[in-house]
Design a protein around this ligand. Structure first.
Ligand code: NAP
Length: 230
């Protein structure tokens, strides 16, 4: 398989890179600031791992990275939109909410995934899957938080984007789904989180195969496949 992963230099993204390399797949890993562990992985898998800088909050940089990708492959089996931000200082109630910060979160979490999909459209055909890594925080149906507006609203918007994408993708025989990866012990989730990113990656990669076949397209579920309310 050929897969593309955003936010690939850390957390869940890096776990997905490692998993797909172990499975023998070809991986296009997009990172924002630094390559991190991707540098060593490139040395170990020079034939199957390609990396490129791609800040998904930046339209021009995302277009450049996608153009490079389109020059290297004519097809993607799975596109994982994994990159996301949840700045801890913005997990606050309304009276402390900074709207400029909300816009930055929305730009990255909601529009960023769409920028990448748009740049990869020519690579998505029959049997391709777009996996948008969302969050239970974006579920309107089971919302329990009071505050954290920027992140929760950005993931709710990503969920809507996923439904729209699934409708468009169906026309080309492809699928799209939104996945909550669990509360993972990553830099974002913190050390107390119960889910290992490697376990989340295994679950999500298995579910991606079902999105590819169209069996799970247009849905929102967690990394174990349990459905979540939009
Ligand atoms: N951790 C959890 O418990 C949890 C729960 C629910 C949902 N999620 C979602 O799961 C996904 C992965 O989370 P994680 O825990 O692995 O987070 P993480 O450890 O903070 O890693 C996020 C990755 O996204 C990259 N990134 C951030 N902004 C970016 C941008 N503008 N362009 C490109 N890459 C960008 C980061 O790159 P840098 O290295 O440059 O910072 C980093 O590699 C996110 O979408 C998150 O919202 C996480």
């Amino acid at each position: 398989m050929k897969v593309c992963i955003t936010g690939a230099a850390g957390g869940l993204g890096e776990a997905l890179v490692r998993l797909h390399l172990m499975q023998g797949d070809t991986v296009f890993a997009l990172y924002r600031r630094g390559k991190g562990a991707l540098g060593a992985l490139e040395a170990s898998y020079p034939q199957r791992l390609t990396t490129a800088a791609c800040d998904i909050a930046d339209t021009a940089e995302t277009e450049r990275a996608c153009a490079v990708l389109r020059g290297q492959t004519d097809r993607l089996d799975v596109l994982y939109n994994c990159a996301g931000i949840s700045p801890a200082e913005h997990r606050v109630p309304l009276e402390k909410t900074d709207f400029d910060a909300c816009l930055a979160i929305f730009n990255c979490n909601a529009l960023g995934a769409l920028r990448v999909v748009k740049g990869c459209l020519p690579l998505l055909g029959p049997g391709s899957a777009v996996i948008n890594v969302s969050s239970e925080a974006g579920s309107i149906g089971q919302c329990a938080r009071a505050g954290e507006y920027g992140y929760c609203m950005s993931k709710a918007a990503l969920n809507m984007a996923t439904r729209l994408l699934a409708n468009e993708a169906a026309k080309r025989g492809a699928g799209a789904a939104a996945v909550h990866p669990g509360w993972m012990h990553t830099p974002m989730g913190g050390p107390e989180a119960p889910v290992a990113p490697e376990d989340a990656a295994r679950g999500i990669a298995a579910l991606a195969l079902e999105v590819k076949t169209g069996a799970r397209t247009g849905l929102f579920f967690d990394y174990q496949g349990n459905p979540l309310p939009w």
